[in-house]
Write a protein that binds this ligand. Structure first.
Ligand code: B16
Ligand code: MG
Length: 219
């Protein structure tokens, strides 16, 4: 029997837009100040990881231990640099096909929600002109536990009044795919098929991806 989802939850960074490149600039600048090397490979490890989790990663890499106030100050500095870069984002930065796909879902009566670790998610959706498409926005401000904990997606499904098994999660991060799996969701990976092995299938992006294709592949 065909599987027709009642809702789709989208991650933000790596699924709707590429904010990882801005996170990289901010974390690298901070890491440099701390005397810790920070590479693109390090940045890959931080996809889907919370702001505090990302700082902890850099501190651990440098063998540094800092008190809580200092950690908060450092995260605020990095976020200020990040916001300078994000401030000029606009609809041109949306990944090709993602809005068209969302509009197809909405037109078919399938709800759309956001499940992101980023505390800046509402701002980014506004800047990109797509905030009004989301029936719910669950972001880093509304969760206690980071991916791979399923909280962010469970809250999204609850807000939309949909059970996880009737809901598809789109994720680009290994921790995000694990979060969806831990919550009992259907999961489509976006990006690198070699690393997203726990997804049901992986798409390179939303260009040429349609509701019909999704239903066929999930059924
Ligand atoms: P912020 P996602 C995540 O977004 C990013 O992938 C991750 O690199 C970042 O550390 C995290 O948001 C927190 O972001 O500092 O803006 O609160 O992929 O879950 O949409
Ligand atoms: Mg992501």
């Amino acid at each position: 029997m065909a599987f027709l989802p009642q809702a789709c939850l989208f991650d933000l960074d790596g699924v709707i837009v590429d904010t990882a490149k801005y996170h990289f600039i901010g974390w690298q600048r901070l890491a440099e100040e701390l005397g810790v090397p920070f590479t693109h490979e390090d940045n890959e490890q931080l996809k889907g990881v919370s702001r505090v989790g990302s700082l902890e990663y850099i501190l651990a890499k440098g063998g540094l231990e800092l008190d809580n106030d200092t950690k908060v100050r450092l995260m605020d500095r990095k976020n200020a640099w990040y916001l300078e870069l994000v401030g000029s984002m606009n609809p041109d930065e949306l990944f090709p096909g993602v809005v068209e796909f969302m509009d197809e879902l909405i037109g078919a009566g399938i709800q759309v929600g956001l499940g992101s670790s980023s505390r800046n998610a509402p701002l980014i959706l506004e800047l990109c002109g797509i905030a009004d498409r989301f029936g719910t926005i669950v972001d880093g401000n509304s969760i206690t536990f980071s991916k791979p904990d399923p909280e962010v997606f469970l809250k999204g499904a609850e807000a939309l009044g949909v059970k996880p098994e009737h809901c598809v999660v789109f994720e680009d991060a290994v921790s995000g795919v694990q979060a969806a799996r831990n919550g009992g969701f259907r999961i489509i990976g976006v990006g690198d098929a070699a690393s997203l092995t726990e997804a049901e299938f992986v798409i390179p992006g939303f260009e040429d991806f349609t509701l019909k294709t999704m239903v066929e592949r999930l059924s």
